[in-house]
Design a protein around this ligand. Structure first.
Ligand code: DAH
Length: 352
């Protein structure tokens, strides 16, 4: 007759083989395994029940075997439980590709006009020009009269003005039409030498289109000292253009008229887009105008309390939009003020 302990021993051997061979990644199959071996009505419970009937002298050896068997089943269950839990997590998140790069975040971009303004200022800084600013709401004296625009003179019509108020202490109040008004403020406030750059926003009463806007930006330059000549003006602007658009950019000066300079000129540079061969930007002339300039009219110096016999100077003024247009080929002026991020984003990689 077979002893109970022998029968149990055989069962344990058989189940041990079964447990060792068992493998699954399925949570259902593992649960069945748990119920079959470790459940309240499971195999291990049964074997322990039967164990009670084993003779006391056999209990010691069989007890050890039985405990090892129970530990084996539990260890197997735990190991597989970890694996199936993991694979279940993966299945649930199967549409998440952890190897993809993160979403990142958008950083702001500098406005192309700010970039160009900064570049202009940096170039003139090297020549010793400082930066000055003046008010956007200006009186007639600073915007026109001191700059040698005679009363009722048609030259005032060159710039369609937004008037704000009639007849202030220094004439009608208006939005400044150019940054030349800052020259006057600077010269009134001190004595030469002056060597400054005056960037700022200006306003003109024009219908908005691709080529005109009711506000835009200028940079004014002023250099007043003893013995300043037209040659100084030419060399300064020549240097500026080489720095801004690269060595070999040609310049030419055409005689022009501004009330506040005598003589006056407009400066063209060889087209930055086609290098002078002729394209749409330069209207097939090979040249593009970038600024107005001249020797400060002695009347302007005197209007500002500066001795025109002792001092002379030159001035120039340029539109920042124009310079930016030639640098970035931005054809429509309206883009600068619409603040469309798709436009602004494109200048992220330009000088920061
Ligand atoms: N103020 C002029 C304008 O708005 C530009 C200009 C021309 C400024 C000649 C100057 C200059 O200082 O000398 O069109």
């Amino acid at each position: 007759m077979l002893y109970i302990w022998q029968m149990l021993q055989d069962q344990i051997t058989q189940y041990t083989a079964e447990i060792n061979a068992f493998d699954t990644t399925s949570a259902d199959e593992l649960e069945q395994f748990r119920i079959r071996f470790l459940g309240t009505k499971g195999i291990i419970k049964d074997i322990f029940d039967e164990f009670k009937a084993v003779s006391p002298e056999e209990k010691r050896t069989l007890g050890k075997v039985l405990n090892e068997f129970k530990q084996l089943a539990e260890a197997k269950y735990q190991a597989l439980n970890e694996i199936t839990a993991n694979s279940q997590l993966k299945a649930e998140n199967s549409d998440v590709d952890l190897t993809l790069p993160g979403e990142g975040f958008e950083i702001g971009a500098r406005h192309p006009l700010a970039l160009v303004r900064r570049e202009i200022i940096e170039i003139f800084n090297k020549l010793g020009f400082s930066v000055a600013e003046g008010p956007e709401i200006e009186d007639d004296w600073h915007n026109f009269s001191a700059l040698n625009f005679p009363e009722e003179h048609p030259a005032r019509d060159m710039q369609d003005t937004f008037f704000i108020k009639k007849g202030g202490e220094k004439g009608d109040i208006a939005l400044r039409t150019h940054t030349s008004s800052v020259q006057v403020r600077m010269m009134e406030a001190g004595q030469p030498p002056f060597r400054a750059l005056m960037p700022g926003r200006v306003y003109r009463n024009e219908a908005i289109s691709a080529r005109a806007h009711c506000f835009f930006h200028q940079v004014e330059g002023l250099y007043v000292d003893e013995n300043v000549s037209f040659a100084d003006l030419k060399q300064t602007l020549f240097y500026f253009v080489q720095e801004l658009y690269g060595e070999g950019t040609k310049v030419r000066f055409r005689p022009s008229y501004f009330p506040f300079t005598e003589p006056s000129a407009e400066m063209d540079i060889s087209c930055t887009i086609c290098k002078g061969d002729g394209c749409q930007m330069c209207k097939h002339s090979g040249w593009v105008e970038i600024l107005g300039c001249g020797m400060v009219d002695p009347n302007v110096l005197e209007n500002c309390g500066i001795d025109s016999k002792k001092y002379s100077g030159f001035a120039f003024g340029m539109g920042i939009e124009r310079i930016a247009n030639l640098k970035f080929e931005i054809k429509d002026l309206r883009l600068f003020s619409e603040n469309d991020v798709r436009f602004l984003k494109q200048y992220k990689t330009a000088i920061i």
